[in-house]
Design a binder for this molecule. Structure first.
Ligand SMILES: Cc1cc2nc3c(=O)[nH]c(=O)nc-3n(C[C@H](O)[C@H](O)[C@H](O)COP(=O)(O)OP(=O)(O)OC[C@H]3O[C@@H](n4cnc5c(N)ncnc54)[C@H](O)[C@@H]3O)c2cc1C
Length: 500
């Protein structure tokens, strides 16, 4: 390999793939004192982990396929994560209208009783019945929908979640490389030798433990390592979302049932928009991951069966798609395939390979804890679990204090308006004052890039949050892509390119 530098990077644990699972494993391992590193071929969280429905949830529909263990663990994690990252997650009420041609009301009611029961003791409200004829959520639905059930799960900013795990891991001594692809792997003398290639350089690292969190690429590991040949059954299922202008003016989300047995969500999104998703389409590796015309039409028609307003593909402002890597066989329908995760561990001549299959955003912390505990026990070390007690960066405050803190920000930074303060706080949490510093007036924040984005914020993303190109900033660190004009995006792109 040209320009190969043997710069002697030796690790205890090295992770391939910087989605939410890889990032959480890196953080957990770093906090337990391992010397660890991670390579991600794109931006951190740029694949499935920024294309989810963004829910911390048990997954009501997984009860139908009897995934009780997963639902229970997810509900417990939902509550825990809400406390550890209250800036990027918050409770969200869901309205489930009863459709008399589909699941009977008593089944829905029973499902939610079980859901409440599996959640155990939680601060979130229990499910309840509502009369849509005199409820604000009923106003936007067709009149045939008269009653509904309401229950509460949580929202999470998925791409920032992956990033915050990386940033916290780095604070604890880990090394994380974005836009760095693992191109080759060899086993030698009880170690893995991993070749990593980025635009600027190629390098090798050595590690005793290698972790494959490559998500939809999990089986590509075999192409990197000539010795591994026993591929596990992985099923790739694409899911797409569309974003349209705000369809309703309340804070609850809807969960709609379809004639095909599936459900979709319509969720308040970034204040002025509604997020609708998702689809489930079998996917083959190597094919571009994008929302097809059929999927767009499917989502518009599905939602139009419920809302008074008809939604058409012309209403779509943005769409995104991601691929689930499910550990399953192909005999069950995609909607019933298990969302649970599993590990495969191989030990050879003293080196260890742990492969992660499946998983959800909601279970990322628990998955990481179990993975690192497994490695710790194989290595016969005594390094304790810790992530259930430590906030993610910016999350060290109580959820119920959020409004008060935002009021404090408006008081301190008089030039902010409420929308701007809320957006910054939901992005940076308690670190927002580090971003704004001693600014007294808007000009102190430097050049304006459009909407409320200033040079100070852009520089923070570049210097503190690994932003390498404009897409990282407008779609993953923030969702300002929904607000900026093409011209503003081009100018921002030029600015970022000059600095990187
Ligand atoms: C449509 C959809 C909706 C979902 N909604 C929810 C939800 O609401 N709630 C929930 O809990 N879960 C949800 N999920 C599931 C959740 O998004 C995934 O389980 C999770 O994001 C998987 O994370 P990951 O880290 O395993 O994979 P990924 O995020 O895909 O990360 C794998 C990474 O590996 C990198 N990689 C691959 N090969 C290499 C290489 N050779 N070198 C370096 N890097 C490499 C890739 O670039 C990628 O970034 C949803 C999934 C989908 C598809």
């Amino acid at each position: 390999m040209k320009n190969k530098k043997k710069d002697g990077k030796n690790f205890d644990i090295f992770v391939i793939g910087g989605g939410v699972n890889g990032a959480a494993i890196l953080r957990d391992a770093a906090g337990r004192g391992y010397k660890c590193g991670l390579a991600e071929m794109g931006d951190f969280g740029s694949a499935t982990s920024s294309s989810s429905t963004k829910l911390l949830h048990g997954g009501l529909r997984y009860l139908e396929s009897y995934q009780f263990r997963l639902v229970k663990e997810s509900l417990r994690e939902r509550d825990l994560l809400l406390n550890l990252m209250p800036h990027i997650s918050w409770p969200l009420q869901f309205i489930l209208p009863h459709n008399k041609n589909l699941r009977p009301y008593w089944i829905l009611r029973l499902g939610l009783y079980i859901y409440d029961f599996l959640a155990g003791s939680t601060k979130l409200p229990k499910s309840k019945s509502i009369d849509l004829r005199n409820h604000p959520a009923g106003k936007f639905l067709q009149q045939s929908y008269k009653r509904a059930l309401a229950y509460t799960d949580c929202w999470v900013e998925d791409s920032r979640l992956a990033l915050l795990n990386i940033l916290d891991a780095e604070k604890r001594g880990a090394k994380a490389f974005s836009y760095s692809k693992v191109t080759n792997i060899q086993q030698k003398n009880g170690q893995w030798i991993v070749s990593v290639k980025s635009k600027e350089r190629s390098f090798e690292i050595k590690t005793k433990v290698l972790i494959n969190t490559m998500g939809p690429w999990v089986n590509s590991f075999d192409q990197l390592d000539n010795n591994k040949k026993n591929q596990s059954m992985v099923r790739l299922v694409k899911g797409s979302h569309i974003v349209v202008k705000k369809l309703f003016n309340h804070d609850s989300a809807y969960i709609f049932q379809g004639k095909d047995g599936r459900i979709i969500f319509s969720i308040p999104y970034e204040k002025d928009f509604t997020l609708i998703g998702t689809t489930e389409v079998e996917h083959n590796e190597g094919i571009e991951v994008k929302c097809s015309d059929e999927e767009k039409k499917y989502l518009c028609d599905f939602a139009s069966n419920y809302f008074q307003k008809k939604i058409t593909v012309e209403d779509i402002i943005w769409d995104f798609s991601g691929v689930r890597a499910l550990y399953e066989n192909k005999t069950v329908e995609a909607r019933n395939a298990s969302r649970d995760y599993t590990f495969e561990v191989e030990e050879k001549e003293g080196s260890i390979l742990l492969t992660v299959y499946g998983g959800k955003i909601t279970t990322h912390r628990k998955l990481a804890e179990k993975a690192v505990s497994k490695i710790t026990s194989i290595l016969k070390l005594n390094r304790k679990e810790w992530t259930s007690r430590q906030h993610l960066p910016g999350g060290d405050f109580k959820l119920e204090d959020k409004e008060k803190i935002i009021e404090g920000l408006l008081e301190k930074y008089k030039f902010l308006n409420t929308n701007w303060a809320e957006r910054l706080f939901k992005t940076f949490g308690s670190e927002v004052e580090n971003v704004l510093g001693r600014a007294k007036a808007k000009p102190d924040l430097g050049r304006k890039f459009g909407y409320d984005l200033t040079e100070r914020e852009v520089l923070w993303y570049i210097n503190q949050e690994h932003v390498r190109c404009v897409e990282d900033l407008i779609w993953r660190r923030s969702k300002l892509g929904l607000r900026l004009t093409s011209k503003q995006i081009r100018e921002l792109n030029a600015y970022i390119k000059k600095l990187n």
